[in-house]
Design a protein around this ligand. Sequence first.
Ligand code: PHE
Ligand code: ZN
Length: 883
Amino acid sequence: DIARTPASPDGNPEMADAPVQTPAPPAEIFRKDYKPFAWRMPNTFLDFQLGLDETLVTATLEVERNPVAEVSRTIRLNGDGLELVSLHCDGADCEGHTMDGDDLVISLSGDSHTLTIVTRLAPSANSQLMGLYASNGMLCTQCEAEGFRRITFFPDRPDVLSTYTVRMSGPKALFPILLSNGNRTDSGEEGENHWAEWHDPWPKPSYLFALVAGDLVARVDSFTTMSGRKVDLAVWVRDEDLPRTEHAMESLKRAMTWDEETFGREYDLDCFNIVAVSDFNMGAMENKGLNVFNTKYVLADPETATDGDYDGIEGVIGHEYFHNWSGNRITCRDWFQLSLKEGFTVLRDQLFSQDMGSAPVKRIEDVRVLRSVQFPEDSGPLAHPIRPDSFREISNFYTATVYNKGAEVIRMMRTMAGPERFRKGTDLYFERHDGEAATCEDFVSAIEDGAGLDLKQFRLWYSQAGTPRIKLDSERSGDKLELTFRQEVPPTPGQDTKQPMVIPLKTALFDRGGGEPAKESLVVLDSAETKVTIEDAPENAVLSLNRGFSAPVRIERDIAREDLAFLAMHDDDPFARYEAMQDLVVGHLVEAAGGTQGDNSRTEAEDAIVQALGAILTDDRLDDLMRGELMLLPSVTYLMEQLLIADPALIHAEREALKAKLGASLGDSFKALHERAAAVPFAMDAAAKGARKVKSLALAYCAAADPVRASQMADEQYDRADNMTDRQGALMALCGIDSPERTARLLDFYERYKGNPLVIDKWFAIQASSLHPQVVEHVKALADHPDFTLKNPNRVRSLYMAFAGNPHGFHAASGEGYRMIADLILALDPLNAQTAARFVPSLGRWRRIEPKRAGMMQAELQRIADAPKLSRDTYEQVTRSLG
Ligand code: PHE
Ligand code: ZN
């Protein structure tokens, strides 16, 4: 037996007491180095003696040689800061073992052995929220990607699948509910303690292991699968939250039905448990049969959750549920394949939400996220392919590229094949690889074979980073319209030259002179230059391009303002309509902020926008949800992306000026719209949701033009609100206006909701994202508020993510915004490295910002890099960002 005490609960014990000034940089891991593991782990038995301050874990691991791997005489079991209490091999002392860093390496002479390992954990000291941790008096786990090694020594890699049996015991008073993966097979009592045994019949990788113990209550229901099996469903929460679980449960049942109907996927256990925890690094986690959720994606009622929150819950519940097939039954061979499960599952949740609500609006929202988060990633220092080639810390690769661009790539396959053939492809994928740890290549091959597509060149989407740029030139000769598409993929870190990609563009030609309605066709670009000839093109032809955002690319073309205005008003593809409206605004703002616009063209551009938006406000063929999309101005981030070097202050000022101009020119229409929408009674249907959406947007335009009048409107909306959407919309408008109402309403909001952390998160976020001139001071003061804590990721994000996304605060000319984010990263890094590292990309944009600010951003990054000790997470992001 050996014992070892870690230097600190969350530190790397090797480094903590070593007097080294510059620790060696964390190793880079390469996709090309993949090798199968030398051992198999057929059965894993885990015994937990639970306590908040101390938990003892006894792991009994069956190991046997992997016949398809290279022979090895040792087994490497990963560990991370673990305290080893005892180690036995086949019931006796081990022949030999060493520590290699945090890993345990054991000599094994035979072909199969049983290892028994006891580790001691300190859940309440675990602030990283990886492994076993305490949250609000309960115990829960998070193992993806490499958290299981914080529980016991194990080959913590996704291609090692094992069948888990879990026994846990602990004080019944503290932990009346004991949950793990699979089905509960036994339980009992021993004095003050009780215990439960769970068995998961489906072999799984360690990252899908989960355990929860706590004082929880459940909303229960059941679902009968397509083959007639009854599944017990439960959503576990703290007692006071039970009334807010209905929407989550209804979403779950809809997701189960939808996956059967749309992908032919049936659930495969007798029960499905969802647990809500308030301390969680991400949105939720798909552990087999025991999904663990951030409370944000479970709890909702109209009084405390917005329409956006409701949609988010439905989407994330769907997402985690869909992982049961795309992620769990078929998992990833290694973490470079992360997009195999995430890209596909995001596509599945997007299609689910499209089917549950307004498909066009959902599509527009998804594209907006892609362009405001993923496009900047793809054009910055952290750009990587959806299947990365190397990493130092895998947590840094849970990105918009792997998730959202990954989904777009699979969506393109679906567009090219059509939904029926695509379904044949996914059927083949599920059939071929069920029970395996697969690769992106396996997925593409299955779609190729099942759907009958040739995806040879298309595979470049998996290896090349960067957003393709397409230039379109059109030339008319007689009745013919000749289109020339030129594509270019910009260089990204480590990838200087690129090959042409396969780019499917949905197009349609409109006749501005009336005439035939447009017919849609799919143009697939596959070389640097592609020519397309359209015969019999009408005189006033207007081309609608990349309809439905059929490819995640940027399009550059000269298009007349009249043509954009025409498409904004008449295109029958809702996305294309939205896009035309965005282009109209982007064109103007980029010119205005770039200083290349004369006074005349400014007036002309503004007039065109006023006219187009005016038509949108009163177009009665539009439903309000869609009208709301058309009313949105492009975000500052998206606008900044359009410029090689951007001045955020200028862009922000121009955007606000346009908002004010629109608010003034269309003031009566906005007020009328606000009034009409305010008369719609509360309901959860599309019409009422749409009314709430346009109501707060109208208010925001009014606030930009006439703050005094808008303050009264907002005040009234706040007072009359019988739901959070209206109340938050009113408070957001008020919060940007320097007025006594502002202070009063913020106080009222706080007093009203002070017992509800998710709503207090909103209170922090609304202030941090406000347009108020003193926002920097406000955020500083909020950081000292008694309700602020660095220990809860939701709270940290609500204050600082909101602030980092607020151009007016973050990019303050003084550089204070940058300093605050850098200070936050340094303070948070030792506590919660994963969350800290997620703030680095905002500073990493410096190369694309005007020189004065760029210098300050770079200096802050350097200050972080110079810190004596950084987590692997932050180290990697900071060095890549400076790089
Ligand atoms: N796999 C989770 C999801 O996409 C995300 C996650 C990653 C959660 C890592 C926790 C930790 O649904
Ligand atoms: Zn996921």
